[in-house]
Ligand binder design. Structure first.
Ligand SMILES: Cc1ncc(COP(=O)(O)O)c(C=O)c1O
Length: 368
């Protein structure tokens, strides 16, 4: 088999050395694609001629069926149809209905399912869906994909490192970590030059809270109304919306104090009374509040209060980091635009360009 027919065969039965991650196409997916491009009648005829109708719809086709099907389809289609069919099968070997069903049945839901589009690949900010349609991505995966929803440079770097040394425990020096530190140090504001990697934003918030509590010796934390910090146990406890906290018995935590997002006096009072020694906030409240920038004066006043009472100020820049609030080139973080520095900076989302790496940067003084 050669040329376009060979491409089709590889789309149905991907070569293991090229795509170890992929299964063979299911009958259901092949049928879905043929229905779309050839119409129901031609699709039925093709699938029957290779006896594939006897297979369960969710079963991947075997090597012999794959060859038969590829030959039959190639013989009955013009080159344009063949290219489209191959392209669609390369997008997914699992049918739309099966993929959605697997998700609904087996993925524990966190928020509402968006099954209207099943994205399978991207070019920059354009998302290509399993059904061949193309969409302009205005969501950018909660801001994680600000280098584009597929980025060849990022992909190459990930593949190179995965093929060299995929991971290394943190007790050992790791050259990619050293290389990375050299790069990020030049981007960090103020004296923030100590780092700790996490796997998710919520985890990074948790670690920031733990460091602040250990450093101050005080368990009290001040968080803002309208703020969102994630869904891990600690991060959700300091997230304002009670609906996120109540199911976990975190609605009335005595160590968390929510204050209005412009209420400097409440912050000052809690710090002065010694009921809290940590303040956490987003400079632009995102997930829960829409896009609500905090007042610059408020951030500066909270900084002054924290300094006066030996409290730790945490900025959660998961959403705002990496140029999203920049006023001019070189401003990577919102705290630079706000001209107010935190003691701990939580960064994530676009930090990894879609790959899960989150971090906290902290000032050296907190280590002492
Ligand atoms: C400001 C902020 N912090 C923390 C998080 C938690 O992120 P994740 O749930 O991905 O861990 C989010 C998520 O959107 C966020 O917007």
């Amino acid at each position: 088999m050669t040329g376009p027919a060979h491409r089709l065969l590889q789309a149905i039965r991907p070569a293991r050395h090229l795509h170890p991650e992929r299964l063979c196409a299911t009958v259901g997916r092949i049928e879905e694609v043929l229905d779309r491009f050839l119409g129901r009648k031609r699709s039925r005829a093709l699938l029957e001629s290779s006896n594939s109708h006897e297979l369960a719809r969710r079963m991947p086709v075997g090597p012999a069926q794959a060859r038969d099907l590829a030959s039959a389809i190639a013989a009955s289609c013009d080159p344009d149809e063949l290219a489209r069919i191959s392209d669609m099968l390369e997008r997914s070997e699992i049918s739309t209905a099966e993929a959605i069903d697997l998700h609904i049945r087996h993925k524990i839901p966190v928020s509402g399912l968006e099954s209207d589009i099943v994205p399978v690949r991207a070019e920059g900010c354009w998302l290509h869906a399993i059904d061949g349609r193309c969409y302009l991505d205005l969501d950018s995966d909660y801001g994680a994909a600000n280098l584009g929803a597929s980025n060849a440079e990022l992909g190459l770097a990930l593949m190179n490192q995965a093929c060299e040394l995929i991971s290394m425990k943190e007790e050992r020096v790791h050259i990619p970590r050293a290389r990375f530190l050299k790069t990020i140090l030049e981007m960090m504001p103020g004296a923030l030059d100590r780092f700790y990697w996490q796997n998710s934003n919520g985890e990074a918030v948790d670690k920031a809270l733990k460091i602040a509590k250990a450093f101050t010796g005080c368990r009290g934390v001040i968080a803002l109304e309208g703020g969102f910090h994630g869904r891990t146990h600690g991060a959700v406890a300091v997230t304002h919306n009670p609906a996120y906290r109540e199911p976990f018995g975190l609605a009335q935590e005595d160590w968390v104090h929510f204050v209005g997002s412009d209420d400097v006096r409440a912050v000052e009072a809690l710090l002065a009374e010694g009921r809290a020694r940590t303040v956490i906030m987003e400079l632009v409240q995102g997930e829960e509040a829409g896009i609500r920038p905090l007042d610059r004066g408020f951030a500066a006043e909270v900084r002054r209060s924290c300094d006066a009472h030996g409290a730790v100020l945490i900025f959660d820049e998961v959403q705002t980091g990496f140029g999203r609030v920049a006023e001019k080139p070189g401003q990577w973080f919102a705290c630079q635009a706000y001209r107010t520095l935190p003691d701990i900076l939580v960064i994530g989302e676009s930090f990894g360009g879609g790959y899960p790496v989150r971090k906290r940067g902290q000032t050296p003084t907190l280590d002492t």
